[in-house]
Ligand binder design. Sequence first.
Ligand SMILES: Nc1ncnc2c1ncn2[C@@H]1O[C@H](COP(=O)(O)OP(=O)(O)OP(=O)(O)O)[C@@H](O)[C@H]1O
Ligand SMILES: [Mg+2]
Length: 369
Amino acid sequence: MSAPVSEAQILDALRPIVDPDFKRSIVDLGFIKNLVINGSAVAFDIELTTPACPVKAEFQRSAEESVLAVDGVETVEVNMTANTRQAPAPQSQEVNLPGVRNVVAVASGKGGVGKSTTAINLALSLQQSGASVGVLDADVYGPSLPLLTGVSGRPMATQNQTILPLEGLGLKLISMGFFVSDNSPVIWRGPMVHGLIKQFLSDVEWGELDYLIIDLPPGTGDAALTLTQLAPLSGAVIVTTANDLSLIDARKGLQMFEKVSVPILGIVENMSYFTPAELPDKKYYIFGEGGGRRVADELSVPFLGEVPIDPRMAEYGDKGQPIVLADPESDSAKAFHSITGEVARKLAQIAIDIPPMADANITWVTESS
Ligand SMILES: Nc1ncnc2c1ncn2[C@@H]1O[C@H](COP(=O)(O)OP(=O)(O)OP(=O)(O)O)[C@@H](O)[C@H]1O
Ligand SMILES: [Mg+2]
């Protein structure tokens, strides 16, 4: 009989698995938890920094393979868990959201580019990965969350004068649309908007959330500005479309966040291309290819991905069935999942705050040489 399997052997086997973002071993990062060795049976958790980690399946597979290769191990059970890290927000923000770990603004230079669609699909994709997620529809002029989620009703006030969000599609939801009684456009005077947004930010009892997604009003007007100044944002996602790649608008959006030191997580290009059902391998870039990436490059911010045009999206959206729920296998849903993974990993990087290490070999040069 061979010697009993030791904890050190298991950790040594796992050490070569490196997290691509932190450029460090998952063992050294402390991701291995609850290691149990029972004769030839080994079980442990890999605790990631976000449940939406894009390389989750790869980690699990290589961990299983590496441990199975250890002498004396016959079975291995790898349980993937996550402890979503809190990405810091600029200190100066007026409103604190203590139970919320990451607050993400979804913004756009112009209206109608798919900002709300991106916000809800991002939220659902995070939720599907196992995260607790809330959505704040801060578009007080044209709230769309009730329609997008099919949720209606009036949020309840608590005894201490706070508001409880509504729940639907597995998300916690707040929208001006829950407080107005019909579909007529909402007209607010400037000072009211400031007060309203502040109230939305400070008076809603979200409880514990891994992510709060804020659907910002379009552009860089008063309402959007107020929000960026008040909310403890961990990062911002900017949505553009291929046919309206206005560098000027994107730059304005960027500056709005830079002023308050909020990191731009990246740019999403929505309605990038069209794939007809009968030609599933074709991508027709009706408005030209690669524009979103170019804008991102020019502004030195990450490019998060292209979301194709899917004519069913408007139809499903109006029935409270965002595409990641209505057709999870569609290219658009897959694009949103991939964008979500990128957003989650960027937030995790900010949270862990390990300065990225250079990939290149470094040669030290002494002064005398
Ligand atoms: N990739 C897509 N393919 C097809 N339709 C889309 C796509 N993305 C968004 N849409 C549709 O385009 C319309 C505008 O999208 P959405 O409401 O998300 O934009 P918005 O930027 O939030 O607009 P607003 O400025 O009015 O708030 C909606 O009808 C939506 O369903
Ligand atoms: Mg909208």
